[in-house]
Design a protein around this ligand. Structure first.
Ligand code: FES
Length: 682
C-alpha cells in the first residue's frame, strides 16, 4: 500500500527554483516560499489574475519527473468565475487558487513575473530589471465598529500589514479626503498605489481606487539637456515605452550654453526664477503631450526620474546656479533629490506623483553623467573603457571595475550642427553621411529620410519632398574627416586652394576657402559648403572632447584605452572611423569603438523601472573620482595639441591600420593652426 505523501516536489521555470512543499499549498504561496518571482495585486483573492501560471504535465526527463493531471487541484469556483468573466488562456491557472497535490513543473509566464527583464534595444547588451518604486496593492479593510473605534486609515494600514506585510504608510491629506468614499464605494475593498522609498522609509500612498483597480501605472524618464528635453513614458508594469518625445529647452532664449545662463542669472534680478518657470512649463507640456500620445489619463503617471547637468539641476529645483559659475563650483546638494513631482514643475500628472533626480558627481559633472554611468556601468568593466557622452557639454567617464574617473568638457554646440554655416538639426533633408573620392575629389552624401547615396539612381526622387536642406552633426563630422582623408584639408585644418587641391569645389570664401558639398542654387535650393569657420568650430569641439579624455587618461597613468563608447542623442550616428580621423577620441581598435545611443536617457529609464538601481548609483557615484577640467592647466596643453587633425603629437597607430592620411600642407608658413581659443563651458 502506498503511503499518502505530505510533501511534493515543485519546480518552477524559467527560474529553475525547486523545493518540497506541503501538499495543499497554493502555487502562489509555494512560489513565495521558494523565492520565485510571481506577481499578485489582489493578495490571492482570485480577482487580479496577475498570478497566472502554466503547469506542465507528462514526462520531464530533465528533471526525472512524471507529472500527472492531478498534480494540481481541480479548477475551482474562483477560477471558473474568472474564466467565465474574463477568460483564462488555455492551460493557465490562477496561482493563488490552484494547490499543489503532487510533483509538478510550473512555468511562470513573463507577464506574471514582477521583476521581469525588459529587453533593451538590440545594440545594448544588458536588460532592464523591472522593480518599480510604485506598485498597486489590493486589500480588504475591516468595516468600522462603534465599539472598537478606529480610523479608516488605521484599518487600511492593518489590512496592508495583514495582506502585504507593509507595516507603515504615509497618506497625505489629499488621500485622506478620498479614502472614506473609496472604501465605501468599493464595499470595503480598495486598491492603493504605494511609492516605496528605496532608502527604506515608509511607502507613500500616491492614489487610491474603490475595489480592484485594473488600470496601469506609468512613469516618465526625462533627460533634461541644455538644448533639448527628451522624455520616455514607460509602463511601470513591464517597462514598455508607450510614447517618447522631445522639445527644445526654452531656457535657450536666456543663453545658448550653460555659462551664459548662469551669467543671465547673475546679471538679471529674478533671472533664475524665470528660467525655472519656463523649464517647469516645458516639462508639464511635454508630460501632457506624451499622455495624449499614449492615450492615457495624465493622473496615471505616478512617477518621474530626471537626469540633467548641474546647472539644469539647480534651475529645475529653483536654486540660483550662481555658485556653479565660479570656483570651487559648489553644488547646493550632490545627493539624489526626491520630492513630489509638482515641486519639479510637473503639475500635469498625478498630483501626488513622486520625482527622483539622480545624484550629481560634482559641480560640473551632473546627474546626466551619473545616468550614463548607470547605463554603461564602467565600474563593472574588466577592460579600460572610455565613455564619451557627446552633447553641448561632453560628459566623460574612464575606468574599470577598480577605479572610475569623470569629467565634463565644454564642447559647445558644433557637434549638434549648431554654429556651422550650413548646420541644422538632425531632420529629414539633413546631410548625415559624406564620402569624398580621394582621386576625383568628388563628394557624395546621404540625407536623413533616404537610404540612397546622392550619386545613386532614384536619389533625386527619394529626396524630392524633404529636399537637401543642410548638414547635421554626424554629417559635419564625416565631411571634415573626409576632407582630411581626401587631402583637401591639411592637419592644421586649412582647406587648400583650387590650384593646390585640383578641384573647383574648393572656392574662395573671404581670405580662406570653402568646400562645396552640394550646390542646389540652380533649383532654388541652398549652397551647402564646409567653410574654414565650420572646421574651426569642429576643431574647438573635438579638442575639448579629446583634452577631457586625455586628462582622465593622465590621471590613470595610461596612454591607451581598450574600448570607447560614444553616447549622446547623436552619439549613435557618429561613424567611429571618422571620429578617430578627426581625433575626437583617442586611438583605439576601431572594432572596439561602439555606440550606446542616448545613454543618459537609458540611465533614467533604468532608475525609473528598477528601484534598486537608485541605491546602486547613489553608492557608485561616491566612488567615481571627479576631475575638474576648468582649473587644470594640462587641459589647456592637451586642448592645443588636439587642435591638429587628428592630433599634433599622438601617433594613432590603430587608425593608421585602416586609413592612410595624406601628408599635405596648405600653409607652409605654419600659421594655420588656428582655433587656439579655449571654448567657454557650455
Ligand atoms: Fe490575484 Fe491570484 S493573486 S488572482
Amino acid at each position: 500500500m502506498t503511503q499518502a505523501r505530505d510533501t511534493a516536489l515543485v519546480i518552477f521555470t524559467p527560474s529553475g527554483k525547486r523545493g518540497q512543499v506541503a501538499i495543499g499549498t497554493p502555487v502562489l504561496t509555494a512560489a513565495r516560499q521558494l523565492g520565485v518571482d510571481l506577481d499578485s495585486v489582489c493578495g490571492g483573492r482570485g480577482i487580479c489574475s496577475k498570478c497566472q501560471v502554466s503547469p506542465g504535465f507528462g514526462d520531464f526527463p530533465k528533471h526525472g519527473l512524471t507529472v500527472t493531471e492531478t498534480a494540481l487541484s481541480a479548477f475551482n469556483a474562483v477560477e471558473q468565475r474568472y474564466d467565465d468573466k474574463r477568460g483564462l488562456k488555455p492551460g493557465r491557472r490562477l496561482g493563488c487558487q490552484a494547490t499543489i497535490e503532487g510533483d509538478v513543473v510550473i512555468d511562470v509566464p513573463p507577464e506574471s513575473q514582477v521583476h521581469k527583464q525588459v529587453v533593451r534595444k538590440a545594440a545594448a547588451l544588458r536588460d532592464i530589471r523591472m522593480d518599480p518604486a510604485t506598485r498597486l496593492y489590493y486589500t480588504q479593510v475591516r468595516e468600522p465598529d462603534m465599539h472598537e473605534p478606529t480610523g479608516d486609515l488605521q484599518r487600511l494600514q492593518e489590512a496592508l500589514t495583514r495582506d502585504w506585510q507593509i507595516d507603515a504608510i504615509n497618506a497625505s491629506p489629499r488621500i485622506l479626503a478620498r479614502l472614506q468614499t473609496a472604501l465605501r464605494k468599493g464595499d470595503w475593498s480598495v486598491t492603493v498605489a504605494l511609492w516605496q522609498d528605496h532608502n527604506g522609509g515608509p511607502p507613500e500612498v500616491i492614489d487610491i481606487w474603490p475595489g480592484l483597480y485594473e488600470g496601469r501605472l506609468y512613469g516618465l524618464a526625462i533627460d533634461l539637456g541644455s538644448t533639448t528635453i527628451a522624455a520616455h513614458l514607460c509602463d511601470l508594469r513591464n517597462g514598455e515605452v508607450k510614447a517618447s518625445g522631445g522639445v527644445m529647452n526654452p531656457q535657450i532664449r536666456f543663453g545658448e550654453d550653460l555659462m551664459s545662463r548662469v551669467s543671465y542669472a547673475m546679471m538679471n534680478r529674478g533671472g533664475d526664477a524665470k528660467m525655472t518657470e519656463v523649464v517647469h512649463d516645458a516639462l508639464t507640456a511635454l508630460a501632457t503631450d506624451l499622455a495624449d500620445e499614449a492615450q492615457i489619463a495624465p493622473a496615471q503617471i505616478v512617477e518621474a526620474v530626471i537626469v540633467c547637468n548641474p546647472v539644469m539641476h539647480h534651475l529645475l529645483l529653483g536654486i540660483d546656479p550662481v555658485e556653479l559659475g565660479q570656483a570651487p563650483f559648489a553644488l547646493a546638494t550632490s545627493d539624489a533629490v526626491h520630492a513630489r513631482a509638482d515641486e519639479f514643475g510637473l503639475t500635469s500628472i498625478n498630483p501626488l506623483a513622486q520625482a527622483y533626480l539622480l545624484p550629481c558627481i560634482a559641480g560640473h559633472v551632473g546627474a546626466d553623467c551619473a545616468a550614463v554611468a548607470l547605463s554603461e556601468e564602467p565600474y563593472k568593466s574588466d577592460d579600460l573603457v572610455l565613455i564619451c557622452d557627446v552633447g553641448t557639454n561632453a560628459e566623460i567617464l574612464l575606468g574599470t571595475k577598480d577605479r572610475v574617473l569623470a569629467c565634463s568638457s565644454p564642447t559647445g554646440p558644433a557637434f549638434e550642427g549648431a554654429q556651422i554655416s550650413s548646420g541644422q538639426r538632425a531632420a529629414p533633408g539633413a546631410i548625415e553621411r559624406v564620402e569624398i573620392n580621394p582621386e576625383t575629389k568628388e563628394p557624395r552624401f546621404r540625407v536623413i529620410g533616404s537610404d540612397l547615396w546622392s550619386d545613386e539612381d532614384g536619389f533625386d526622387a527619394a529626396t524630392a519632398v524633404s529636399g537637401i536642406t543642410g548638414i547635421c552633426g554626424s554629417g559635419i563630422i564625416e565631411a571634415v574627416a573626409e576632407l582630411r582623408i581626401a587631402g583637401l584639408m591639411d592637419p592644421s585644418g586649412l582647406i587648400g586652394s583650387p590650384e593646390a587641391t585640383g578641384t573647383a569645389r574648393s572656392v574662395p570664401d573671404g581670405r580662406t576657402y570653402a568646400f562645396v558639398l552640394h550646390d542646389g542654387t540652380g533649383d532654388g535650393g541652398p549652397l551647402i559648403t564646409v567653410t574654414q569657420g565650420d572646421i574651426r568650430a569642429i576643431q574647438l569641439a573635438k579638442s575639448a572632447l579629446f583634452a577631457g579624455a586625455r586628462l582622465l587618461m593622465d590621471e590613470l597613468g595610461t596612454d591607451t584605452v581598450d574600448r570607447v563608447v560614444l553616447a549622446g542623442a547623436f552619439g549613435a550616428h557618429i561613424s567611429p572611423k571618422h571620429a578617430m580621423v578627426l581625433g575626437m577620441i583617442p586611438d583605439c581598435a576601431l572594432s572596439n569603438v561602439t555606440s550606446a545611443g542616448n545613454a543618459a536617457g537609458t540611465g533614467a529609464r533604468i532608475a525609473l523601472c528598477d528601484i534598486s538601481a537608485r541605491a546602486r548609483i547613489e553608492a557608485e557615484v561616491r566612488n567615481i573620482q571627479k576631475v575638474e577640467t576648468a582649473i587644470e592647466p594640462r587641459f589647456q596643453e592637451h586642448f592645443i595639441a588636439a587642435n591638429a587633425i587628428p592630433h599634433a603629437t599622438a601617433p594613432f597607430p590603430e587608425l593608421s591600420k585602416v586609413v592612410t592620411l595624406p601628408d599635405v600642407s596648405f600653409n607652409p608658413g605654419g600659421a594655420g593652426g588656428g582655433g587656439r581659443r579655449r571654448r567657454r563651458r557650455g
